[in-house]
Design a protein around this ligand. Structure first.
Ligand SMILES: Nc1ncnc2c1ncn2[C@@H]1O[C@H](COP(=O)(O)OP(=O)(O)OP(=O)(O)O)[C@@H](O)[C@H]1O
Length: 223
């Protein structure tokens, strides 16, 4: 199986005044194409920091990060932006949808930014939103949607450009347990159906157990 993610000896240290925190102390991780993995760890263990490294969202990391076979840790900012746009999708704990656009527009926009044809972008957005049970909510703005519905739109947006890898940081952390289960189940089914891989950071052991593999971040290393 080819690997969408291969990272080795990734390290990150934060210095705040006199205090130095080694958050990542030599992380090795590989994720195959289409594989769904959970990243578990207590609050403050560095899950978000690791996702930021893989998502090329922050600098300051040491070590090697390969995405889809390409060493990207020292790529130019422009190349990293291109990789984020073409290969990665992101879902966060809070939806970060654009408040003045409806659900459909929120899923169309990233495709237009990636130069998709408007008709195709709309068809794809409708397809994804329908798969997530939102066919009747296409023209609702985020403020008129429930928390679960908002996260479903965020999931559709993350998948809109057919990313090879979705990075999800506590994607259901803001939802009640029952809704979180449903939305995560839908997210996983959709990601599998699309053939994308995903890394999902969560505190929730039960949800993690439904993934292909589970990694635990503890004291800066993965087990
Ligand atoms: N920009 C920063 N400057 C200084 N310290 C930071 C910075 N970002 C994160 N940290 C520290 O790094 C550690 C890991 O943070 P991170 O957000 O990655 O943890 P997490 O596992 O995602 O936690 P949670 O589950 O609570 O979101 C924390 O102790 C945090 O205070």
């Amino acid at each position: 199986m080819s690997k969408i993610v291969e990272i080795s000896d990734v390290r990150r240290t934060f210095v705040q005044g006199d205090v130095t925190i080694e958050v990542l102390r030599g992380i090795n991780l590989s994720v195959g194409d289409g594989e769904l993995v959970a990243l578990l760890g207590p609050s403050g263990s560095g899950k978000s920091t690791l996702l930021q490294a893989i998502g090329l969202l922050e600098g300051g990391f040491a070590g090697s990060i390969k995405l889809d076979g390409e060493e990207v840790s020292s790529s130019s900012v422009d190349r990293q932006t291109e990789i984020r746009r073409e290969k990665l999708g992101f879902v966060y704990q809070f939806h970060h949808l654009l408040p003045d656009f409806d659900a459909l527009e929120n899923v169309i926009l990233p495709q237009l930014i990636a130069d998709a044809a408007p008709d195709e972008a709309e068809d794809r957005a409708k397809h994804l939103l329908s798969k997530l049970g939102l066919a009747e909510r296409l023209h609702h703005r985020p403020s008129k949607l429930s928390g679960g519905e908002q996260q479903r739109v965020a999931v559709a947006r993350a998948l809109a450009n057919r990313p090879k890898l979705v990075l999800a940081d506590e994607p259901t952390g803001n939802l009640d347990e029952h809704t979180a289960d449903i939305v995560l189940g839908e997210f996983m089914a959709l990601v599998r159906g699309e053939g994308s891989a995903a890394i999902v950071a969560t505190h929730n052991e039960r949800l993690a157990a439904k993934m292909d593999r589970v990694f635990r971040l503890h004291e800066g290393v993965l087990t």
